[in-house]
Design a protein around this ligand. Structure first.
Ligand code: COI
Length: 359
């Protein structure tokens, strides 16, 4: 534990829960928020006492640095409930490590582990009745970390707030997803912030993604900014390409600073490898995927991410070329999705110690 760290959470419970008014039968991803939130402020060079308080608006001035310079990073996690009502997190230490990796890149102080891990556990204990129990449903957790100093000078803030809000969630993508390989716009460049979960990485994707949506594609697969030659990630998910029986995915940090090192991606690589699927983590040329599509060797493409879990892609476009991607008989996406969800929802043994029970 860090010296002088104030690790006892102040808990202020909501006077009247909003739960009875929440409509769990029409859950839309990320629209409904539970009763409480976690907040921890950093100022005067130190972390202040963390609190769990009713979900509420923030008290910041328009001059707060986050609004001007986007000094903000976040995470995506989920809490799952099994059929007996036990509650679990999935690999929270990975998200803890990643938020501090992102924070470092944006010049922000490290968040103490006690605040992140213990804070999330306390918050979930308080709002566990908000975890939906339908197939594929969960409580989506959104840790977010922002610069709060009131100053328009372009320099790192001297004060920050770390927060966690939670949202009962159904599937992120409710319909079929077709993707377009982007060969004009870029999401990230070498030495940039692509590997960090920086808020601005997402805003930068909205305009090209909207253009792709207008052409009938729900997501973009980003390519390297230098040559637009290699396939990278989809912004909401890392990507996997099955050519023949081989599963390919692009490398993340340290090999590439452009791609988010997804927790689901890492878990899928491990599960696939342990089930004798040949996985290659290496730069993937657009050319080889399109050739494989043309000669029938491209069996499937799927995305992997916390919100999306494992998502089969049903169509692929590159320049003037388009192909449907019908699901193969023995789909790796289905197999791996079931394997990861078995662990997340406590439907099977967890030989990896990924599932963390909240008592
Ligand atoms: C997640 O998968 O948790 C993310 O943060 C992606 C976001 C676009 C919902």
């Amino acid at each position: 534990m860090t010296a002088d760290l104030k690790t006892k959470f102040i808990i202020e419970k909501i006077k009247e829960s909003k739960l009875s008014k929440a409509d769990f039968s029409h859950l839309v991803f990320g629209k409904l928020f539970s009763d409480h939130m976690l907040v921890a402020d950093y100022f005067d060079g130190t972390w202040q006492t963390p609190k769990i308080i009713p979900y509420q608006a923030l008290p910041y001035e328009p001059s707060a640095k986050v609004f001007h310079y986007g000094q903000a990073v976040f995470e995506g996690m989920k809490a799952y409930k099994d059929t007996a009502g036990n509650v679990f997190l999935f690999r929270p230490e990975e998200n803890f490590k990643r938020i501090n990796q992102s924070a470092e890149r944006l010049g922000m102080p490290s968040i103490p582990k006690e605040y992140f891990i213990d804070g999330i556990k306390e918050l979930i204990k308080l709002d566990k009745d908000w975890i939906p129990t339908g197939m594929g449903e969960s409580l989506y957790l959104r840790p977010v970390y922002i610069a709060t100093e009131n100053a328009v000078a372009a320099s790192p803030s001297d004060s920050y707030r770390f927060m966690v809000i939670t949202s009962p969630a159904a599937k992120y993508y409710s319909g079929d997803v077709k993707v377009k390989i982007e060969d004009r716009y870029s999401r990230a460049c070498d030495g940039g912030v692509g590997y960090a979960k920086a808020a601005g990485n997402y805003a930068a994707q909205f305009y090209p993604t909207e253009k792709a949506k207008n052409e009938g594609f729900q997501q973009i697969i980003w390519t390297d900014s230098g040559q637009h030659k290699y396939l990278e990630e989809a912004g909401t998910m890392n990507m996997f390409f099955r050519i023949g029986d081989k599963l390919l995915t692009a490398p993340t940090i340290p090999e590439s600073t452009r791609i988010l090192p997804g927790v689901t991606r890492k878990s899928i690589i491990r599960l696939a490898t342990d089930h004798n699927i040949d996985v290659e983590v290496r730069p993937i040329e657009i050319k080889e995927v399109i050739e494989a599509a043309k000669n029938g060797q491209l069996k499937e493409i799927f995305g992997a991410g916390t919100a999306a879990t494992v998502l089969p892609i049903v169509g692929l476009k590159y320049k003037d070329y388009y192909t449907d991607l019908p699901k193969p008989d023995k789909s790796y996406a289905d197999f791996l999705k079931n394997k990861i969800m078995d662990i997340q929802y406590n439907r099977a043994e967890d030989p990896y110690g990924w599932r963390i029970k909240i008592d």
